[in-house]
Design a protein around this ligand. Structure first.
Ligand code: AMP
Ligand code: FE
Ligand code: FE
Ligand code: ZN
Length: 280
């Protein structure tokens, strides 16, 4: 990971070791500060566990941290992930729901380890837990374990082959539907935005349903988007009255996502999102 490229100041989609990223929240903030990012949302999957550490590091280094979580969902709509902004790590009922999602993640990964073992891949759950270092478990941790055992040549290759949806080791997620994820964020006073809309199957059909459930944003600015995809998302934002959001989806693990601040996000986005809080 070299960090010599120029970065933009706002990044609303990042991951740390508290889920499937590779850096501690404090190291993530240090990297952000080094790159000139001044507003960063830590959006770990199904957890707010990194927020306090990120805020403390941000206070010291001049990086404003917006708490968030990315809720991965299970449905016929493909990978519809919901970013929930401005949710509160001290909200205990919310934490109970997130804990349930993390427990489901753990069971899913245990089942996938069993299947991998049956298929002849010798990866141990203990090693996967070591790699995750207490973070919300996910397939990236399995991908690392497979890579270090030499079963694949790259982290990405395991997602294309052994860990792909439809492969014999794959286990479906038990969790929220996209509409339930939007509702959960809204119930807890947050502002939901649809992450990387390009991975949704049936975007134009799903979006009005999500808007009716309370969706407020759409991640128009994203590293893997072509200019045409960004334009399509901006048009959808206008049609549905959504705030165009954006971020790097930096994980620091493999090549998934781009570097911190590498995606342009308009400065007015923060206030537009803030204004969509119900009790703002
Ligand atoms: P899971 O939540 O366990 O299904 O894992 C999904 C996570 O895997 C995403 O949040 C990404 O961090 C990562 N991921 C998904 N697809 C890929 C891919 N093609 N290459 C690398 N990482 C991926
Ligand atoms: Fe991830
Ligand atoms: Fe995602
Ligand atoms: Zn993400």
């Amino acid at each position: 990971m070299d960090s010599l490229s120029i970065a933009y100041p706002i990044d609303l989609h990042t991951h740390s070791l508290r889920s499937d990223g590779a850096l501690s929240p404090a190291d993530l903030i240090r990297r952000a500060a080094d790159r000139g990012v001044s507003v960063l949302s830590l959006s770990d999957h199904d957890t707010l566990a990194g927020v306090a550490e990120a805020v403390a590091a941000g206070d010291a280094l001049g990086v404003r941290v917006i708490p968030a979580s990315e809720l991965n969902t299970e449905s016929e709509w493909g990978d519809a992930h919901v970013l929930g902004y401005f949710i509160d790590p001290a909200d205990q009922p919310l934490e109970a729901r997130l804990r349930w999602l993390r427990e489901n993640r753990g069971r899913r990964i245990e089942l996938m380890v069993e299947k991998l073992n049956q298929l002849g891949y010798s990866v141990s759950l203990d090693r996967v837990l070591e790699i995750a270092q207490g973070g919300a478990l996910g397939r990236p941790h399995l991908a690392e374990a497979l890579l270090e055992k030499g079963y694949v040549r790259s982290y990405e290759e395991s997602f294309d082959t052994i860990l792909a949806k439809g492969s014999p080791a794959y286990v479906a997620r038990v969790g929220l539907s996209p509409l339930e994820a939007v509702a959960l964020v809204r119930t807890h006073g947050g502002v939901p935005s649809l992450a990387h809309p390009g991975t949704v199957v049936g975007l134009e059909a799903l979006l009005p349903k999500m808007v009716a459930a309370g969706l407020a944003g759409i991640e128009a600015y994203y590293g893997e988007h072509s200019p045409e995809m960004t334009e399509r998302c901006l048009a959808l934002a206008r049609t549905h009255g959504l705030v165009p959001t954006g971020g790097s989806d930096f994980h620091g693990r493999g090549e998934h996502g781009v570097d911190l601040g590498a995606v342009f996000v308009p400065p007015e986005t923060i206030e537009m999102l803030r204004s969509r809080r119900v009790n703002a």
